[in-house]
Design a protein. Structure first.
Length: 156
């Protein structure tokens, strides 16, 4: 199966295996997780024990990100959501990143963010990670294609 992945403004075509749930493809930014886990592997292979890479997300946080990068419908819906409990403060959205930066002995193989309804808000904790996000073949290929298409090489 060929998927089109977005990596910032980069469009990548890559062959992947997908998890299918009730005949619908689960859409998650799992490719970002693949790159983080690939970075972890490359750091370990290079013997870089003083650098850590963690996967985390802010959930649904009240920042200006949607207003500066979202489309009209997305902006409208998010502005409605901000009036409900489906969106948390920007400060609470920073907690997962702060936890990953400061917590001792945090599992690098984890994925951290809000644990409330739909993982949009709530206390920070570990999340379930779909197996394809940790697929070594996909992660390595995504890394290589990303380097090739951007013209940047990360010599770790």
């Amino acid at each position: 199966m060929i998927w089109e992945l977005k990596l910032s403004n980069l469009m990548i075509l890559i062959g992947i295996r997908a998890t299918l749930l009730t005949r619908h493809i689960v859409k998650v930014n799992w490719h970002k997780l693949c790159l983080i886990y690939e970075l972890q592997d490359r750091l370990k292979s290079a013997g870089k024990t003083d650098v850590k890479a963690y996967a985390c997300h802010p959930g649904s946080s009240n920042t200006n990100l949607i207003n500066t990068s979202g489309g009209g419908i997305t902006k409208f819906i998010f502005n409605l959501m901000k009036k409900t409990s489906m969106v948390q403060s920007a400060e609470l959205g920073a907690y997962p990143q702060l936890m990953c930066a400061t917590e001792e002995k945090l599992d690098e193989n984890g994925f951290y963010g809000p644990t409330g309804k739909r993982n949009w808000t709530g206390p920070v904790g570990a999340h379930h990670i779909e197996p394809h996000a940790k697929d070594k073949v996909i992660s390595k290929r995504l890394w290589e294609v990303s380097e090739k298409e951007t013209g940047l090489e990360w010599n770790i």
